[in-house]
Design a binder for this molecule. Sequence first.
Ligand code: F6P
Length: 532
Amino acid sequence: MKPSIVDTPAWQALARHAETLRGKHLRQLFADDPERFARFSLETDGLLFDYSKQRVDAETLRLLAELARQADVAGWIERMFAGEPVNVSENRAALHVALRSGAARWPLPSGEDAMPGIRAGRERMRAFCDAVRGGTLRGYSGEPIRAVVNIGIGGSDLGPRMATAALAAYAHPSLRIRYVSNLDAADLAPVLEELDPRSTLFIVTSKTFTTPETLTNAKSARDWLLAAAGDAADAAMARQFAAVTANAGEALRFGIAGDRLFEFRDWVGGRFSLWSPVGLPLALAIGMDGFERMLAGAERMDRHFREAPAERNLPLLMALIGLWNIDFLGAWNLSISPYSQSLRWLPEYLQQLDMESNGKSRRPDGTPVGAHTAPVVWGGAGSNTQHAYFQLLHQGDWLIPSDFIAFAESDQPLPGHHDRLLANCLAQAEALAFGSDDGAPLRACSGNQPSSTLLLPRLTPETLGQLVAAYEHKVCAQAAIWGINPFDQWGAELGKKLAARLLPALTTATPVDTDTSTAGLIDWLRRHRRNA
Ligand code: F6P
């Protein structure tokens, strides 16, 4: 059994060091070192990462880099890039990095080259995007496609949903892209209401093609389309339903035509799949050239993550600082604050990326990690959030680190907004760090809330790729240190199984073996239905 990371000398040195920093305020740390910004910030490929407002000093960083060395993060990174089965519980590689690669070859341990398949997938996506965007792919009645609905959930929804909103400034002017994920009919129904069946394309995105939420929505969408198409139902199904999946057999059984099937391999994890054909609705929105620009931005971050030394490695520093906050300062939350309305879905996207990947307390051999792992990730677009929950960050008594994300220039043209937005972003980070005390206790803000700020010139496909890849690598580097597998999600299974068991009790009143609370709730629900 591998020793737990908490038993390494580096971890113990960090625990002792944390005691010496505990009483220090960020005000003090800044007063002690006029060079603090220069020392604790890093720029790579136009992305500035300022971590000077984190509660760290030079010794913290030295010890954290030593922790990464003792955990052999560099070895883990190499194994991931080499296509070794870093997803140990499922005995699979995790090769999202190959998906965005422009390399001629990507040899896998089996001897297979991953690139020909990846390139062929991109070419098929390009041909499809060109046909839809150019109006040559038509619906059952001959109408060009004017709306695309992606039906998927979790990793088959959040990545393209987040990126489509982020890159709205680059989108096709008249192709509407909608995302439906929730099992609640209140998600799909209003979308169908606004669309014309003659010109709507559905993409069913599901790695497994067995996810009940997605299949329920897909069946309702199919019923809606086929009812409208009448005698042309076969043409409607053949032209207006596509699937993105690693389970071609199930998609074909659903009725998807073979030439509308976009496959990806099982070494693409759901929450790391934006770069695969799962990004198809995004590629339809911004065109395949735009999509490939996003891949190129992510690839540049991959190279940096693989090559930069620990002290200058942006995702690794994000990982180490996050881990420091969680395990040594006791901060179990992470607030994500993009000062960009276009990035409004980023907090939810990162919630899945971080919490589904690292929300685990056992290592693959079943032994406990011995430390807290993923933080509770939440957030929203500034400046709205300032008028909602920032009060708690300023005057509550929880230690809550924040990531601020902003751009030098706006991606939208209205004058007079952007400088004000940026001033608010910077002001919040400043207020959280330094607080204020004008003698009035109710107005006093104690400060000392740590934050990092990520700045980019503007929101483009490339910079979005860079940013998302940085967070992916942060999550993986943390997993490598804690010794957990970020690529499985066994915890998500139990609730699915129980829901399948409870369903008959709701639909047909079949008695189920459950606890008295759940039975009481089912009984109440049945009695309060008008048609019970
Ligand atoms: O329930 C969790 C999960 O398996 C996620 O990991 C995944 O992103 C989501 O469900 C959707 O899965 P699929 O793409 O197979 O429909």
